[in-house]
Write a protein that binds this ligand. Structure first.
Ligand SMILES: Nc1ncnc2c1ncn2[C@@H]1O[C@H](COP(=O)(O)OP(=O)(O)OP(=O)(O)O)[C@@H](O)[C@H]1O
Length: 255
């Protein structure tokens, strides 16, 4: 579980995060949504320990990041997996090389132990017989699977995903969402996902935090977002006329 309390982050006099508190539970897919510039990426980078907030605390299963020694921080970072926007694979490395990279960097496992683990996670993301392929030979969906395999290869307690669906067609996007949710449940990971994607909100938004101008404007589940009358949320989530009509019909049917 990750607990965030009164988090503030500024760049010079630009106050980006303005006192955010939130709890992200284990085994759940937690989504951060909000308009471009609302502070989602800055928030995710604070959770990853890449930005140091000026005020507030982030606690990882009881370990308050700002109170940890440098070595404890390094250990904690190794418990984190990250799926970057656009997959961020190393183009000159094979699929196997990409997924093995964190094991090679951070563990003392033998080559055959590493290979066993790589094959296990590649199988888990349904990517078999692709070990020797290069990223340029893969589809967008396959690249995401490699990125997910690499993010979970160290058996992380925490998984962070920045726009994991960007650039994918809607059907592939849902498959990737479902894969992230399955893995989150299966390995009891605390997963936090930055998303713009309305389908993701509905499909895997077990807990949703809506950021607006650096404040937490709303939080709830995908079921609750359908019913909320918070205007900022509904304007953002139901931005198209079609979605507005679908929501209206749903609400009328329930009354
Ligand atoms: N390293 C930085 N230095 C200065 N300002 C920054 C830095 N990173 C982000 N910001 C500012 O913080 C604000 C929030 O940016 P952020 O990237 O978190 O938005 P976002 O909600 O993730 O947007 P998008 O959905 O477009 O990615 C923006 O005004 C941005 O210019």
């Amino acid at each position: 579980m990750i607990e965030v309390n009164n988090l503030h982050k500024s760049f010079g006099d630009h106050h980006v995060l303005k006192g955010i508190s939130a709890t992200f539970e284990k085994g759940k897919t937690n989504l951060i949504i909000g308009q471009s510039g609302s502070g989602k990426t800055v928030f995710l980078k604070c959770l990853l320990g890449l930005f140091e907030p000026e005020q507030g605390t982030i606690s990882y299963d009881g370990r308050v990041y700002s109170e940890l020694e440098p070595r404890e921080r390094r250990d904690l970072r190794q418990e984190m997996g990250m799926v970057f926007q656009g997959s961020a694979l190393f183009d000159s490395m094979t699929v196997e090389g990409n997924v093995m990279f964190p094991l090679d960097m951070f563990t003392k496992q033998s080559k055959s132990e590493m290979l066993d683990r790589v094959n296990f996670v590649l199988k888990r993301v349904n990517l078999v017989n692709s070990n020797q392929k290069f990223p340029s030979e893969l589809s967008g969906g396959m690249k995401k699977r490699v990125a997910i395999a690499r993010a979970i290869v160290m058996n992380p307690k925490y998984l962070f995903c920045d726009e994991p669906n960007s650039g994918l067609d809607p059907k592939t996007a849902i498959l990737i969402d479902n894969l992230i949710q399955e893995i989150t449940r299966e390995y009891d990971i605390t997963t936090v996902i930055n998303s713009h994607d309305m389908n993701s909100v509905m499909e895997i938004g077990e807990k949703i935090i809506f950021l607006k101008d650096g404040f937490k404007e709303w939080e709830g589940s995908n079921m609750e977002i359908f019913k909320t009358d918070n205007e900022a949320v509904t304007n953002f989530v139901y931005s198209s006329e079609l979605f507005k009509k679908v929501r209206q019909m749903y609400l009328e049917e329930r009354n």
